[in-house]
Ligand binder design. Structure first.
Ligand code: SAM
Length: 287
C-alpha cells in the first residue's frame, strides 16, 4: 500500500529521517488534507494537456497530485533542505522536474522556454504567504503565456484581490490584480488543513488572465498614480495625489475636473477606468 504524502504521520516520518525542521520564515505550512489537494486540481481543470508551474512544492504533496493529472510539472523550491526529500517522495513521478531556486529571482520567461513545450501552461501553487504579493506581481508583470493562476493565499489577501470600489478591502492590490486578471475566490480552506497550522484562514483563488486589458498610455505611470492615491487612504483623492506625487494641488484639481472626478472622493471610490483617466491627463511627474 502506497504511503500518502499528505498524511501527518508520513510527514513526521520523512522529517525525522532527514532531520528536517519547518521554517516559519519560509512560510512552510504543508497541506495534510487529501480532499483539498484533489479539489485544487479539479477546480484548476488540470489535465494531461497541461504543463504546470508549481511554486514551493514543500515535501511534494500537491506536486504528486498535479503529476498524476498533468503532462508535466516544474516545481521551484527555495529551501535546499527539501530537495533530497523531494527526490525521495516524488521518485515515481517521472513528469516532475524540481528546480532549486528562489521564484522571485528566477528568469521566468527563460524557464518557460526551456521547460515547457506545451501550449497550455498553468500556475498552481500553495504559496509561501510572506511573499504572496511579490510573486503575483512577478507572474503578472512578466506577461507569461498562461491562461490562469490558481493559488492558495491568505483569505484576507484573496478578498483584497477581488474587492470592488467602495469597499474597505479595495486598494492598490485590487487594482493591480484586476487590471491583469479576473479574480474569483474558489473555496476557503481552514487552518486545520495544514501542518503546522497557520494563524490565518486561507482561500484558493483563481486569477483568469485577461486577453484584453484596459488600454493605458503608460502602465508604469498608471500604477504610480494608483499607489500614490492609496498611500493615504483616509485623505481625499486631491490631497493623496498631491502629496504622493509631489504635484501642486491646483494641477491635481484641474486634472480631476477634466476627468469628471469629484476631488473630495477617496481613492477607494475610484474605478480602474477613473485611475486610468487621471494618469492620462496628469502632466509629467517625477517620483
Ligand atoms: N506545496 C506544499 C504544500 O502545499 O504542502 C508547500 C507549501 S508551503 C505553504 C510554501 C513552500 O514555498 C515551502 O515549501 C517553502 O519552502 C517554499 N518557498 C518559500 N519561499 C520561496 C521562494 N522564494 N521560492 C520558491 N519557494 C519558496
Amino acid at each position: 500500500d502506497k504511503k500518502k504524502l499528505y498524511s501527518p504521520s508520513y510527514i513526521r516520518e520523512i522529517m525525522s529521517k532527514y532531520n528536517f525542521k519547518f521554517s516559519k520564515s519560509l512560510g512552510q505550512n504543508f497541506l495534510i488534507d487529501g480532499n483539498i489537494l484533489r479539489k485544487i486540481c479539479e477546480e484548476g481543470q488540470v489535465s494531461k494537456k497541461d504543463d504546470i508551474l508549481e511554486i514551493g512544492p514543500g515535501i511534494g504533496t500537491l506536486t504528486e497530485e498535479l503529476s498524476s493529472r498533468a503532462n508535466k510539472v516544474v516545481a521551484v523550491e527555495l529551501d535546499k533542505a527539501l530537495i533530497p526529500i523531494l527526490d525521495e517522495t516524488l521518485k515515481d513521478c517521472y513528469n516532475v522536474e524540481i528546480v532549486s531556486g528562489d521564484i522571485l529571482k528566477i528568469d521566468l520567461p527563460k524557464l518557460f522556454k526551456e521547460k515547457f513545450k506545451n501550449e497550455n501552461i498553468k500556475v498552481v501553487a500553495n504559496l509561501p504567504y510572506y511573499i504572496t504579493t511579490p510573486i503575483i506581481g512577478k507572474l503578472l508583470e512578466d506577461e507569461l503565456d498562461i491562461d490562469s493562476i490558481l493559488v492558495m493565499v491568505q483569505y484576507e489577501v484573496a478578498e483584497r484581490m477581488k474587492a470592488s470600489p467602495g469597499t474597505k478591502d479595495y486598494g492598490s492590490l485590487s487594482v493591480f490584480v484586476q487590471y491583469y486578471t479576473e479574480p474569483e475566490i474558489i473555496f476557503s480552506v481552514p487552518k486545520t488543513a495544514f501542518m503546522p497550522s497557520p494563524n490565518v484562514d486561507s482561500a484558493v483563488i483563481e486569477l483568469k488572465i485577461r486577453k484584453e486589458k484596459l488600454e493605458l498610455e503608460n502602465r508604469e505611470r498608471f500604477f504610480k498614480v494608483v499607489k500614490a492615491a492609496f498611500s493615504q487612504r483616509r485623505k481625499t483623492i486631491l490631497n493623496s495625489l498631491s502629496s504622493g506625487l509631489k504635484i501642486e494641488k491646483d494641477i491635481i484639481r484641474d486634472t480631476l475636473d477634466k476627468s469628471g472626478i469629484d476631488s473630495k472622493l477617496r481613492a477607494e471610490n475610484l474605478t480602474i477606468e477613473e485611475f486610468s483617466k487621471i494618469s492620462a491627463i496628469l502632466p509629467p511627474f517625477n517620483i
